[in-house]
Design a protein around this ligand. Sequence first.
Ligand SMILES: O=C(O)CCC(=O)C(=O)O
Ligand SMILES: [Fe+2]
Length: 500
Amino acid sequence: QEDNEKSHSTSIAGMVELLKLEDQLVENLSQYADELEQKLRTVRGFVTGMRKENQLALNQTEHYLANPLNAFSLIRRMQQDWTHWQYYMQQEVGLKQLNFVKEMQQLLPTSTDLEEAAASIYRIHSTYDMKVSDIVKGLLNGKQYAVSLNALDSYAMGKYLYDQQNFGYACQWIFQAIEWLKNGKHKLPLPLALDLSEVSRLYAESLIQMNRYADALNVINSALSLKTDKVKLLLRKSEVEHLIRTHPNIAPKPQFVKQVVGAYEHGCRGHFPVRSQLHCVYNSTNSPFLRLAPLKMELVGLDPYMVLYHDVISDKEISELQSLAVPSLKRATVFQQATGRNTVVKTRTSKVTWLADGFNNLTGVLNRRVMDMTGFNVVGSEMLQVMNYGLGGHYDKHYDYFNSSLATNLTKMNGDRIATVLFYLTDVEQGGATVFPNIQKAVFPTKGAAIIWYNLKHDGEGDQRTLHAACPVIVGSKWVCNKWVRERQQAFRRPCLTTQ
Ligand SMILES: O=C(O)CCC(=O)C(=O)O
Ligand SMILES: [Fe+2]
C-alpha cells in the first residue's frame, strides 16, 4: 500500500470527512439539477408561445401571411431567432458543477479503499459466522439494524471475492445482487443501473470455477430469457455446454474453503468461559495515591498476570484524548523483523497517533495513572498511543513483546515491553473484544476500563501465553489508548503478585 493512501475504511473517525465530502457532492448535484431545470423552464416557456403563433398561422395560411406585419415578423424571426436558439442550445449546462465533480475525484476513495472495505465485510462475515442473506438485510450477528445493502453493494462484494478466488462466498453475494435486481421493486436509476446479464455472467463464472457446469448453464439460460445483452451469454453458453459434454461426471468443488474455527474465533464470539466476578477488589496499595483513591480492580488471571480496572479514565478525559488524536490519526503499522521497518499490513486495520509524555496536562495525568495502576515507573516507556478502529477493524493475533534475539536499538536501550496497559475509551456495540486465545480469556471493551497484563516471564523472555488479538469490530467505533511499559526502569518494581 502506498504511503499516500488514506485508508479510509481503517478508522471510523477518519471517515467523517467522507460524509462531509458527500454532503458537498450532493449539494453540487442539486445545483446541477437547478441549472438544468432553469434551462428547461426557459425552453418550455418559449415553445408554448411559438407553437401557439405557428398553429394560428397554419389554420389560415394565406390569410395570415396576407397581413404585412405577420409576413415581416415571420421573416424576421426565422432569420434571427433560430440562430439564437442554436447558440442557446449549444451552451453547456452545469459546467461549473461538472468541474467540481472532476476536482473532487482525487479526494474520493480509491479502488484499494473499496477492496479494504470489502475485505472487512468478509472478515466480519467469517469471524462471526454470519449469513450473507442476513447481512444484506441488516441482520448483524443476531441484531437487526435499519440498514440494508443494495444490488451494487452485493455485486461489489461478489466481484471482490471472485477476484480473491473465493468462489463459494462470491456466489452468495452475487446471488443476492441477482435477487435484488429481479425483484423489480427496487429499480436502480440509469447512470448506476447494473446489467443483469453482466451479473449473471459473473455468477455463472463462479459456478464454473467450482465445476458446477450444469448450474452455470441454468444461470445462463435464465439470464437469456430476460431482455438483456445476449451476445456474451450465448458465447459462454456454448462453451459451458461443451464443458458438460466433456466432463460428464465431474465432482463439484467444496463450496467453501474449510475454515478452522479456532480459539481466536471462539473468543471473539464470546464463547470462552465467563470470568468469575469473585476477584473484584479495591487496589489501594500500588502507590501512595491509591490509599486516597482506590481503584476498582478485577483480577483476570494470575499467570500471566492480568487485571482489569474499571472507571479509571473519565468521560471528559476520553473526549479530550479523542479530540487531541483526531487531527493526526494515521494508519497503524506493524514492526517487521525481516525489514526492520514499520509497515502497513492487512492484519492490523486501525488508525493511531502518539502523544508524548509531556504533551499536555492530560498526558501527564494518564502516565501517573499508569504508574498507580501498574506500580511501574513509566520513564523510558513508549508514548501513549491513541487508536481508533474502522470498518471491521481488527488486529490479528500477535505478541506485544519484541523478539529479544532480534532486538532493535530501542529495545536494547529501554528493554522489552514488560507490560501492556490498554484503556478502553468506548463501549463497542458488537464485536471488538481483546482475546487471548492461548489462555481462553476475552475482554469486551467497556468505556473507562483498562486492562493490564505482563508480557514477559520472570527471566525476561516473552510469555507466549500473552498471544492476543483485537477481534473485528462488528458495529461501533472502537477507541483505545495504550501504554507499553518498558523493562529497564522496573528492576525493583515488579509486584510480588506473580509467582514463578
Ligand atoms: O485493541 C485491542 O483490543 C488490542 C490492541 C492491541 O493488541 C495492540 O494495539 O497491540
Ligand atoms: Fe497488542
